[in-house]
Design a protein around this ligand. Sequence first.
Ligand code: FAD
Length: 680
Amino acid sequence: MNDSPHIDHAQLQWDDDGQPVSSVFGDVYFSRANGLEETRHVFLQHNQLTERWHQLNTGEHFTIAETGFGSGLNFLAAWQLWLIAAPADAQLHFVSVEKFPLTKTDLQRALALWPELGEFTAQLIDAYPVFVGTGFHRLSFMDGRIKLTLIINDAATGFAQLLATPHPAFANHCATIDAWFLDGFAPSKNPQMWSDELFTAIRQLSHAGTTAATFSAAAIVKQGLKFAGFNIQKVPGFGRKREMVKAFMEQEPIVDHQDSLQTRSYSPYPVPWTIDAAATTPAEKHALIIGGGLAGCTSARTLAERGWKITLVERHAELAQEASGNPQGVLYAKLSPKSEAQAEFNLHALQFAQQFYCSRWSDIGEQCGVLQLAHCESERQLHTQLRGKFSSADELVQFVDAAQATAVAGVPLSLNALYFPKAGWINPRKLCESLTNHSAINVVVDCSALILEWDGDNWQINNNPGLRAPVVVIANATDAKSFAITQHLPIKSIRGQITYLPKTAASGSLKTLICSEGYIGPAVGGLHCTGATFNLKDDTRELRAEDHRTNLENLRVPLPELLAEWEELAVENLQGRVAFRCTLPDYLPLVGAVPDEQPMLEEFAPLRKNSRAAIHKTGSYHKGLFINIGHGSRGLAYTPLCAELLAAHINQEVLPLPRELANALNPARFLIRDLIKNKR
Ligand SMILES: Cc1cc2nc3c(=O)[nH]c(=O)nc-3n(C[C@H](O)[C@H](O)[C@H](O)COP(=O)(O)OP(=O)(O)OC[C@H]3O[C@@H](n4cnc5c(N)ncnc54)[C@H](O)[C@@H]3O)c2cc1C
């Protein structure tokens, strides 16, 4: 996993006309004459976007990639044109790589110069993320009609993370770009950006028909585009600029990768088992989803917003009756000072989830904030270690002392804490109902998927012709084990019990969620929900008094005064709920195409002897069969991003995560690890 080093925000000066100038590069962010008109001339007009968008079919998507997000002006101008020129149900993906993002305050000030973009600017500013290091930020606007993937990194590295693999022979097995906006500071001011590596990534990410436009007519840019396989043309620039360059890729880019395929005893590149080279999007966009919990319902919604027809099959009479059936869950994911996969995924997932829920709170729960108390020595140390990485991320997390925590919580607290102001509690059942309330989603309840078969064109459930579609998503948590095709997955079930406690005079003033060994939230309907226990290899569905005791005991350190009253109650009479978490050995979810076990084991057998064996083959995956499970104790934080990732895989779009992180969730990873460890 890449390090996610501290990033620097752009250092700006404001000139006499109120326009931003980079102090570091000594260059302007947009034309002093008229930045918006320049954007329209250079990038929109010379990529022929109006004409191309008029020709899009219903439900199609179009992908723009940009070097240098800057003030977001190009993105907003493209968004505005998209609404005029593209079909109402098509989606615009705008990917932009930025090494020095503007602060929100600077962004606001810069974009105030363009009042005609005001309605889009306001939405961008609302969603503008907190930057904690390098990484991806997927923002979604207008019910998914416009998607922005803001990659914080230098341009070449950022775009390389969109490729399928660093292996040159297979790198282009990924979603490609339809139009390039080569913006950013001029080559004379920022020569590092316009590197050979950048143009190599541009070549690998383009296809026959891709266009590019740039304000610059510098030799380095023209040579780079030619090297990338584009035909270039000099045309008049905007305003006083004599020339600019537009470019067109006539044929599929030729990638010279023979050297990378030479037979060697080991490969310098990762073995490309993660790649599903045969993946295609079916003509009929219809998916069956098995499981009506958080994973199934978020998957249904994200696909429906991309124009897919969804049939969601749930075995119970209502949605969200299993793990997703608790009345209150915490939106939370543990932060870490490290940059390994789990830590990076948690951060990406939490930020994505907060944006996903921001317009939904009033229907599903309460954005009351979450306090993570420093309740033990390891937690205290963790909070200290987090200070470096998160000290300027107040919108995401704040470091509060006991007095501040008390003010936030409304009840006395004696411990320092991390405070997540944009988090809160959610009723997962209400969330599932709200997500599936969409005209393209048909929920079929009282239907247990027992048989799953492929007839050559479609998947069919229970031999029922009414449950037949080219794509299936398995989202039934631990029950994925019941299908022969996914039996090989090392799924674990972890029992959890929550306890309901009556609101008391003292507890009634609790107004935020408090997490320590367990969690407790504000009372709803006269009851607090607290929990949860954690038991592996335990399938007891009945409530246990001893587990209620554990849940009460977990309140002793954070809330001794409140506990005193609840300790008077007879635990045998307490109510609660038991459910089972679904988890994988590495505690990361499983999201993507389902591997075809036998061919996978055969093709990659040399890994048993040599983990870096030179195997120049892509993975074997079942056509149209996907899975989204393993959300452990973090379903509320994980499922929105996992559904977005799943939809991107199914719909062949740019992924919302860096390649390595998406690979860390690949459903074939345990087969490959077993081979490497010689366990299979
Ligand atoms: C006690 C407890 C407390 C928790 N607290 C939190 C918390 O505070 N915050 C948080 O983020 N997460 C929490 N979690 C975790 C969270 O609840 C889960 O991660 C999440 O609900 C998982 O959603 P899912 O859709 O994957 O699984 P589930 O909700 O279990 O959904 C799977 C669905 O598939 C259906 N199904 C199974 N087999 C079939 C079949 N063959 N055909 C049709 N349907 C089928 C099931 O009936 C079920 O509805 C908690 C979990 C537990 C157990």
